[in-house]
Ligand binder design. Sequence first.
Ligand SMILES: Nc1ncnc2c1ncn2[C@@H]1O[C@H](COP(=O)(O)OP(=O)(O)OP(=O)(O)O)[C@@H](O)[C@H]1O
Ligand SMILES: Nc1ncnc2c1ncn2[C@@H]1O[C@H](COP(=O)(O)OP(=O)(O)OP(=O)(O)O)[C@@H](O)[C@H]1O
Ligand SMILES: [Mg+2]
Ligand SMILES: [Mg+2]
Lengths: 256, 256
Amino acid sequence: MGKIVAIANQKGGVGKTTTAINMGACLAILEKKILLVDADPQANSTSGLGIETTEDQLTIYDCMINGVSAKEVIIPTNTPNLYILPSHIDLVGAELELVSRMRREYTLQGVLDKVKDDYDYILIDCMPSLGLLAVNALTAADAVIIPIQTEIYALEGLQKLKNTIELVREHLNPNLEIEGIVMTMYDSRLRLANMILEEVRQNLTDPLFDTIIHRNSKISESPSMKAPVIMYDAASTGSLNFMQLAMEFLKRNNDV
Amino acid sequence: MGKIVAIANQKGGVGKTTTAINMGACLAILEKKILLVDADPQANSTSGLGIETTEDQLTIYDCMINGVSAKEVIIPTNTPNLYILPSHIDLVGAELELVSRMRREYTLQGVLDKVKDDYDYILIDCMPSLGLLAVNALTAADAVIIPIQTEIYALEGLQKLKNTIELVREHLNPNLEIEGIVMTMYDSRLRLANMILEEVRQNLTDPLFDTIIHRNSKISESPSMKAPVIMYDAASTGSLNFMQLAMEFLKRNNDV
Ligand SMILES: Nc1ncnc2c1ncn2[C@@H]1O[C@H](COP(=O)(O)OP(=O)(O)OP(=O)(O)O)[C@@H](O)[C@H]1O
Ligand SMILES: Nc1ncnc2c1ncn2[C@@H]1O[C@H](COP(=O)(O)OP(=O)(O)OP(=O)(O)O)[C@@H](O)[C@H]1O
Ligand SMILES: [Mg+2]
Ligand SMILES: [Mg+2]
């Protein structure tokens, strides 16, 4: 019974896509069957795994707006056990097209219900917003992972995201819980980074993953190689960090 | 006659807010009267300049949805000559509320028309999206500055943004032009950063600012001091880079 986890934060550039691709790939290496849902019109999860969206390639847009079954759209990636429901820039239009539909917030949940049992875990890479597409992802999810980079704006945005999660829990998806906060792009030499990390550890009540993702050049290079960092440079700090994160995630889900 | 410049890129975390606040502050130090419009529900430009949005503080939401005049909402900042039209998380709702309005794309243009002549330059800090709010900013603007960090996803996103700019130029705002691309968070020690910089210099036909904004810890610390970097640490590389950028911008506009 696949657990659906949304990887969300309306703050831009905090490492949502990087966490989705690399935690997903490490879980796949650990023999879990993983579906990565790219719910961002930028389609960075799609391009970061080397998927070219040609004219006739169906995408998540077709599932959400034209009712195409996800089974017809999902494709394998170069990483064994890792599959993707690809995205496309057309998804920008989906928010406006969904507005007047009935049960518009449940559209993505309806799409994923049909494939949920085919995977161990489904990870949704969210766009940097709290609009209708992001609400769709939170409504479809069982839990949320919140990447936060060790920067001021990323920390400030957390409360707004938690307010939205609470609203979704009250009105749309009572089972939604916070799986955990993941600190990303951490550079131990920076005073600000250590200040933020301390603030998060001391003051936040939300579950916090022990694993910290350090800033690592192999991580930022890997999308140009169209591969997760574990496939690009398995010996790098980045690969080690994400493998630790995947193991910790499985432990928290009693699935090791 | 105030020139309106949108600072836009749908890729998250590329330095839109940092460019808006710091280029704005440096232009203000150079005795230009500057209005910073925070068109992002995250309200990072607002909080980064130390503006607390209390319950009774009016924001851009009130201008766009309730027809309140911008003159009543604009407030000064701690930096002389720098004023702000503050934002609030409620702006998330504005996209859905605008959908069924007539001439919905021209809403922000209507708001700014009334104050345009009070400022030398108006900078719009855009949210990381190509949706209705971002289209409003591009429709209201005379020109666009596109911050790009030296990363793969930021480069990939450029073509999608240019497509949207072209659509806005054809259907909504024929005068819209690209003021220039600004490279941000550049770290000369990283192979990837140099590769991206080379790619931009060789292959892009768009105007590119000579000034490069280097990664600099004072820049990322300054929002916690509620001040632009020029007011926080005037001797830092960050302050120098943004002062150079402001000077270059004025030269391009024959306004030195
Ligand atoms: N640990 C890391 N070390 C180095 N670079 C990183 C790391 N994590 C992410 N990056 C880089 O930082 C940038 C932002 O990360 P990413 O695109 O994953 O964030 P995002 O939250 O998905 O952004 P968006 O809000 O646009 O969807 C990317 O260029 C990525 O390659
Ligand atoms: N030159 C720089 N050196 C160091 N840190 C920087 C620099 N420019 C931006 N930052 C930091 O990087 C993060 C992202 O920048 P910023 O928030 O300005 O991007 P943005 O494009 O406005 O993001 P969003 O898409 O969420 O609106 C911020 O925490 C900021 O402090
Ligand atoms: Mg992303
Ligand atoms: Mg911003």
